[in-house]
Design a protein around this ligand. Structure first.
Ligand code: ATP
Length: 492
């Protein structure tokens, strides 16, 4: 309103001066130039405070901790911290310093944003949200001003809603809170981070609106140590990839609103999806439903889930059709992987296919063993054997190898490096930094070659079965683990 009155007054004065015979043209030019600069600055940096609030409202949509699966430990820790804020009176009596910041760390898609949303509902706080990238601008001082605005918006928003506390959620905090002096335009980055530190230091227990900052990052290693020191983000909650039970819980949450056929075994799907995040599992359930719809089914079947796991893991099916000879090579290669995998761990093959997906012309999916976080030497050597089996199968049936094995070799060498690093090679415990490169290379290739020889012997013994599996795979394009085992057991 003030703006409209000033514009009106300005125009009235200008008109009067013009009528009185003054030359107002230079002043008009000056006024236009000042307005242009004002609008550029405003649109570039001094973001309307409402955008943070709007983002907050969009993000907040009543999510509760019950909507988050497989994160019991993280939720418990976060809840404890939030209770700390809710019961601020008793905390004040005991003279405890208030908690100012909670940092949620973990891989992408594990539910950090969900946790912040749930935290806002749980504390019934006014909620404002921003992402680290919103604070980064070329113009010095703009980021710092946005940080000030963010805190101001949180206070205003809480007052307007008659709430005594506000929760500020900053996603991707590593962009705004990266180590100082590391970026090219470091002055701007440093000023922005400094402003955040100043704002956090200024938060107190006696403030009319008490503010808690919840930040999320996938890269805690990039954060400036000043942010992590006690008194700032002094609670770190790890939001990790879910384990098998967690995956089952998340699958239940995301299939709750979908019609599932009787053959769907969520336990089985949870077992097969080791390494999947909550976001992967949500996408998996969604893809399965889309597939069912495409096939005109009224219910989602197990095979829809199975196909979706492939899609989420490997990417969408490709239209490219390799030549017949290439298809045969891919079939031989995949059958080789599957046979050795099955020999090492019966029942381990889940699917093998020669349908191109993502970067792969075909692939063999193994049923993961129970979630494991430690591996023995035997296990790692067996994995190398399975990786080498594709190339060895090509050699056994077709007489030579192809470039299709390059990825397998890379993985095999990485696994050999893990054996070396963990002191399980013939060299015993080593210091990788001082170990001569050629000795390291020789030891790693030695590990891989030993498994290659082992597989070569086994593969030539199984050549007839290998050819049989290849033929069936070429004919069907995709075979399930059960059918694969049937071919093996029926073989003479
Ligand atoms: P990023 O680090 O990439 O920002 P994030 O950890 O913040 O990811 P979210 O945005 O919270 O992940 O999760 C994305 C989506 O994945 C959610 O909207 C939800 O559908 C699903 N999801 C992720 N984790 C869980 C979980 N633990 N329980 C239920 N759903 C989940």
């Amino acid at each position: 309103m003030y703006r409209e009155i000033s514009i009106g007054l300005g125009l009235a004065v200008a008109l009067s001066l013009a009528v009185m015979g003054y030359d107002i043209i230079p002043y008009l030019f000056l006024a236009v130039a000042v307005s242009v600069v004002y609008y550029i600055v405003k649109s570039k940096g001094l973001i309307n405070a409402r955008s943070f609030e709007k983002a907050g409202n969009a993000v907040r949509k009543e999510v509760s901790f019950r909507d988050i699966g497989g994160q019991e430990a993280a939720i418990k820790e976060l809840r404890e911290a939030l209770d700390f804020i809710k019961n601020h009176q008793s905390i004040k009596c005991l003279g405890i310093r208030p908690l100012k910041g909670i940092l949620l760390t973990g891989p992408p898609g594990t539910g950090k944003t969900l946790m912040a949303k749930a935290a806002a509902s749980y504390t019934d706080a006014a909620f404002v949200a921003a992402s680290g990238s919103e604070f980064i601008e070329m113009y010095a001082g703009v980021g710092a001003q946005r940080v000030r605005r963010l805190f101001q918006t949180a206070r205003e928003s809480a007052s307007r809603q008659n709430k005594s506390y506000a929760l500020i959620f900053i996603d991707e905090i590593e962009i705004l809170g990266g180590k100082r002096g590391k970026t090219t335009s470091h002055l701007e980055y440093d000023q922005t981070l400094n402003q955040l530190l100043v704002e956090m230091d200024g938060l107190g227990m006696d403030d009319r609106v008490r503010i808690l900052v919840v930040a999320a990052t996938n890269r805690p290693d990039m954060l400036d140590p000043a942010l992590l020191r006690p008194g700032r983000f002094d609670r770190r909650v790890k939001v990790d990839l879910p384990d098998k039970e967690g995956r089952l819980e998340i699958l239940k949450l995301h299939t709750g609103n979908k019609p599932l056929a009787d053959d769907v075994k969520l336990e089985h799907i949870a077992k097969e999806t080791f390494g999947f995040s909550g976001a992967h599992l949500e996408s998996l359930a969604n893809e399965a439903a889309i597939l069912a719809m495409r096939e005109g089914c009224m219910e989602i079947n197990q095979h829809h889930f199975s196909e979706s796991i492939d899609k989420v893991m490997m990417g969408a099916r490709l239209d490219k059709r390799p030549s017949k000879a290439e298809m045969k090579r891919v079939a031989v290669h995949e059958s080789g992987h599957a046979l050795i995998s099955e020999m090492i761990r019966p029942g381990s093959v889940s699917t093998l296919t020669i349908t191109p997906r993502g970067d792969a012309l075909g692939y063999t999916r193994q049923v993961p063993e129970d979630d494991a976080y430690l591996y023995t030497k035997d296990y790692l050597e067996n994995q190398i054997a399975i990786m080498m089996a594709g190339a060895v199968a090509e050699e056994t049936v077709l007489g030579n190898r192809s470039t299709g094995s390059a990825g397998d070799f890379e993985q095999a060498m990485r696994t050999a490096e893990t054996i070396l690093k963990s002191g399980m090679s013939e060299l015993g415990v080593v210091c990788l930094e001082t170990l001569p490169q050629d000795l390291k290379h020789r030891t790693m290739t030695g590990i891989v070659r030993k498994q290659e020889e082992r597989v070569r012997g086994q593969m030539s013994e199984m050549k007839m079965i290998l050819i049989k599996v290849t033929d069936v795979l070429l004919e069907r394009e995709k075979i399930s683990g059960e059918y694969f085992r049937k071919i093996i057991s029926d073989a003479p």
